[in-house]
Structures are given as structure tokens and as C-alpha cells.
Design a protein around this ligand. Structure first.
Ligand SMILES: Nc1nc2c(c(=O)[nH]1)N(C=O)[C@@H](CNc1ccc(C(=O)N[C@@H](CCC(=O)O)C(=O)O)cc1)CN2
Ligand SMILES: Nc1ncnc2c1ncn2[C@@H]1O[C@H](COP(=O)(O)OP(=O)(O)OP(=O)(O)O)[C@@H](O)[C@H]1O
Length: 187
């Protein structure tokens, strides 16, 4: 399938999920993550849920991270150049939704991409090769290109892998792992 076809398929699939399914699957994904050997690092980047797009509820992962006393980093997206700036999440961080319904920090201590050790990545679809497809603005491809090569890239998905996504481009950054409610994929 092409990226366009595949985006439509998974947007529709997501919209069919009930609130309780989203909650159950999000918890299952967080529990799967505990089985990965990724917990000895310090700097973890996580996305905040766009509820309107029925994304994974990342609150469970945030709880794990704060329970383990990790540095938690969240981003602000710039829709003019599709870049992201990263900030340390603290007890004082004020979060506000932007015009795309993405919850974002208002301000805070800025962290550079090169400091990140683990990045949890939102996606619409992934395939058996670790290719990922998002909303099509290239935010994460640009962001991940600025991380160190050894930074762990972990996709989170409600649905299992597609056989193959066509039209993969040079800029598309592949995943190291993808975690679903039922499975851990290693690439
Ligand atoms: N929680 C979260 N944060 C994220 C991402 C994500 O996928 N999830 N992104 C991952 O890259 C970037 C933001 N990318 C986005 C791109 C488009 C739209 C959006 O609303 N686009 C269309 C229509 C949406 C649709 O396709 O249904 C619009 O303009 O209305 C939102 C976020 C950075 N932060
Ligand atoms: N590192 C980069 N530098 C410049 N342009 C880029 C880069 N990465 C991706 N792009 C461009 O961004 C556009 C969208 O890319 P793509 O379709 O892969 O987005 P996506 O991965 O689905 O979206 P997102 O990362 O926002 O979830 C493409 O035109 C692509 O060429």
C-alpha cells in the first residue's frame, strides 16, 4: 500500500476505537515497555496525547518514567518549519494545547536532541522492516535526524505491523523497536 492509502486506513481504524479500548491498549503498551532493556538511561523523550486523534494515552508511560526518576522531555512543534523544540518536564511545567490540539509546554529548560537517549514515537502505521508513517509533515524524521545514532527509537502502535509500506524515502528514519498491546517488534 502507498502512504496515502495506508494513512486513511489507519485513521479510520483508530476512529473506530472506544475510549475504554484506547485506555486498555495504552496500559498494555506501557506494560510491554517494561519488558524492554531500555531502563538504564537518563533522558527519555515522550509525546503528549492528541486526544482528538485518538492517540495512545501516554500517561501510563509518564507515570513509569517519573516512578523511575528519569528526565522526561516533551516538545513544542513549529508548524512553519516542521521543527520541534524540547523541554524538560518538571512539576512546574505549564501545559497548553496548541491550535492542532497537541498539548505542549509553555516554557521551560530547553534540551537538545543530542542529549536524548530514548525516544518514544507516535505513528499511524509501521511495517515489518521498521518503517514508520505519521501524519505526513516529517516532524519526527527531522527530529530523529538530529539525535545521536545510538538513540533508541521506539514506535508505539495500537495495531500490528503492515507487510510493507511503499514509497519509503531517504529521510524516513527507521525504528529500533515497535511496541503494540500484544507484541514487541525488534528491527
Ligand atoms: N502527540 C503527538 N505529538 C506530535 C506528533 C504526533 O503524531 N503526535 N507529531 C508527529 O509527527 C508532530 C505533530 N504532527 C502533526 C501533524 C499534523 C496534525 C494535524 O492535525 N493535521 C491535519 C489533519 C489531521 C489528520 O490527518 O486527521 C490538520 O492540519 O488539521 C497534527 C500533528 C509532533 N508532535
Ligand atoms: N530530514 C528532513 N529534512 C527535510 N525534509 C524532510 C526531512 N524528513 C522528512 N522530510 C520531508 O517531510 C515530508 C513528510 O515526510 P513523511 O511523509 O515521511 O512524514 P511522516 O513521517 O508521515 O510524518 P511525521 O514525522 O510528521 O509524523 C516529506 O516531504 C519529506 O521529504
Amino acid at each position: 500500500m502507498t502512504k496515502k492509502e495506508i494513512r486513511l486506513k489507519y485513521k479510520t481504524l483508530r476512529q473506530s476505537l472506544s475510549e475504554s479500548q484506547i485506555d486498555d491498549y495504552s496500559l498494555a503498551i506501557a506494560n510491554q515497555l517494561l519488558r524492554l532493556d531500555i531502563w538504564s538511561k537518563s533522558f527519555y523523550h515522550i509525546f503528549l496525547t492528541i486526544e482528538e486523534h485518538k492517540e495512545i494515552n501516554t500517561d501510563y508511560i509518564l507515570n513509569i518514567l517519573s516512578g523511575k526518576d528519569k528526565n522526561i522531555i516533551i516538545s513544542k512543534s513549529n508548524f512553519e518549519d516542521f521543527s520541534m523544540n524540547h523541554y524538560l518536564l518538571t512539576d512546574n511545567t505549564r501545559i497548553k494545547k496548541n491550535s492542532y490540539n497537541i498539548p505542549e509546554p509553555v516554557d521551560g529548560i530547553e534540551i537538545s536532541s543530542s542529549q536524548l537517549e530514548v525516544v518514544f514515537i507516535p505513528l499511524l502505521v509501521f511495517d515489518k522492516f521498521g518503517h514508520r508513517v505519521g501524519y505526513g509533515k516529517g516532524f519526527y524524521d527531522r527530529f530523529l535526524a538530529n539525535c545521536k545514532p545510538e538513540t533508541l527509537k521506539i514506535g508505539l502502535s495500537f495495531f500490528e505491523a503492515e507487510q510493507e509500506v511503499l514509497e519509503i524515502e531517504e529521510n524516513d528514519v527507521s525504528l529500533d523497536y515497535c511496541v503494540t498491546p500484544n507484541q514487541i517488534y525488534r528491527f
